[in-house]
Design a binder for this molecule. Structure first.
Ligand SMILES: [Zn+2]
Length: 404
């Protein structure tokens, strides 16, 4: 294939939600996947009318083909105990249990290992649980249909449908939301969770990745959820929404841009520009640290780390790299084989690896608290919170995205 065909247009098309005009907010040439070594240019467009942010070109067959290969390369190496009791997972299970009947029939679309379903079952022992996921994990611990979701797979309806960290993988949410409606009882519960664009931009987190095509604020998500009534919404690192299916067979009405769309669009473009500057500055710091013979500690060993490490490792050539992760087992991180350490040492540059702003907040508090101590007490290292802040070993901080 000629080189130029691998790069898609820099001019983003119309908004995938409302058809409004869009502008390019962020360009990441040669962006990396978490699960494989494939790379692709990543362009984030913002709709001027509704504020929706999306990956330009992600509605094309070429992107579909690219990402299908990526998901097929997904590894099934167990990294966490089952079920994983992260704060995020527990918060999701509690909302689902709060709004579901005791004996609910629960379907999770994109259930992966089934961690959430297992946590729901603990809270609702009389519920029946089923996952649907094309993942190739062996010995799945919850009942799972190994397939891409299709409403035609199911002959009866469910009381609760879970879409956790799924909708952001679809350029256009309408077919998936219509599918979820089709398998839900009238009045049934839809639990929906997506990354929170507002928090991503506030924290300038590294959440713009090839695997994600759509970025919602509560306002754009609410507008996309026609045919449902939102009964609870939590704005954390992720948006967590519980919604009831309104009766009626008709397709949801056309998307209507929220009134604050233009203001959201302006904030998104400004936030993306800051993030882009911070990303370049942070990478320069990492390269300089490696060139000076320093060690880089990746704090967090999951997807965010994997994509960042694939991108950064050619730039950090020869520099010792290690990982630290409380939830990880074993002496070595399983994908690249980096040694696992308990924590940073004097002289390290620590890169916090999460694309969830709240998880980053907790990591930052912990490492920043440590480096403020004397070197004897375990301080003396620097920390990059990608891509907003640098904490130096002397305790001073600077803004990576400052417009200088
Ligand atoms: Zn729009």
């Amino acid at each position: 294939m000629p080189e130029r065909e691998r790069h898609h247009s820099v001019m983003p098309g119309p908004c995938l939600l409302c058809g409004g005009p869009t502008a390019l907010g962020l360009r990441l040439p040669g962006a990396r996947l978490a699960a494989s070594d494939l790379a692709r240019d990543l362009d984030i467009a913002v709709c001027a009318a509704c504020g929706f942010a999306f990956q330009a070109g992600a509605d094309t067959p070429e992107y579909g083909e690219f990402i299908r290969h990526a998901y097929e390369a997904w590894d099934d190496k167990p990294l966490f105990d089952f079920p994983r009791r992260s704060q995020d997972n527990v918060a999701a299970a509690e909302i689902i249990a709060r709004h579901s009947g005791r004996q609910a029939r629960v379907l999770e679309i994109g259930s992966n290992r089934g961690d959430i379903l297992a946590l729901v079952k603990e809270r609702m022992p009389e519920a029946s649980i089923l996952g649907v996921d094309p993942a190739t994990h062996k010995n799945l611990p919850v009942p799972t249909l190994r397939a891409f979701f299709d409403p035609a797979l199911f002959s009866s309806r469910f009381d609760t449908v879970i879409l956790k960290q799924v909708l952001e993988h679809f350029a256009d949410p309408a077919p998936m939301l219509a599918g979820a409606r089709a398998v839900l009882e009238d009045g049934g519960l839809l639990y929906l969770e997506v990354p929170n664009l507002t928090r991503i931009l506030e924290g300038r987190t590294d959440a713009f990745i090839l695997e994600h095509t759509a970025y919602y604020t509560l306002s754009t998500l609410r507008a996309a959820l026609s045919g449902f009534e939102i009964i609870e919404a939590q704005e954390a690192g992720s948006l967590r929404v519980a919604a009831r299916k309104l009766p009626g067979k008709t397709a949801p009405a056309r998307f209507v841009p929220p009134a604050d769309g233009p203001r959201q669009a302006k904030e998104a473009l400004e936030g993306l520009a800051r993030l882009g500057r911070g990303r370049e500055r942070g990478k320069e710091l990492l390269v300089a640290h490696a060139a000076a013979g320093g060690r880089v500690l990746f704090f967090g060993a999951y997807n965010c780390f994997r994509a960042l490490y694939r991108e950064l490792s050619p730039l950090l050539a020869g520099c010792p790299c290690v990982v630290a992760d409380d939830a990880m087992q074993g002496d070595r991180e399983p994908v690249f084989g980096l040694p696992r350490v308990a924590g940073p040492e004097k002289g390290d540059l620590v890169l916090l690896c999460s694309n969830n702003a709240e998880v980053l907040d907790r990591m930052w508090e912990r490492t920043a608290g440590q480096t403020g101590q004397t070197e004897q007490a375990g301080g003396g290292f620097a920390v990059i919170r990608p891509w907003s802040a640098l904490l130096r070993a002397d305790g001073t901080t600077s803004d990576l995205g400052a417009d200088t």
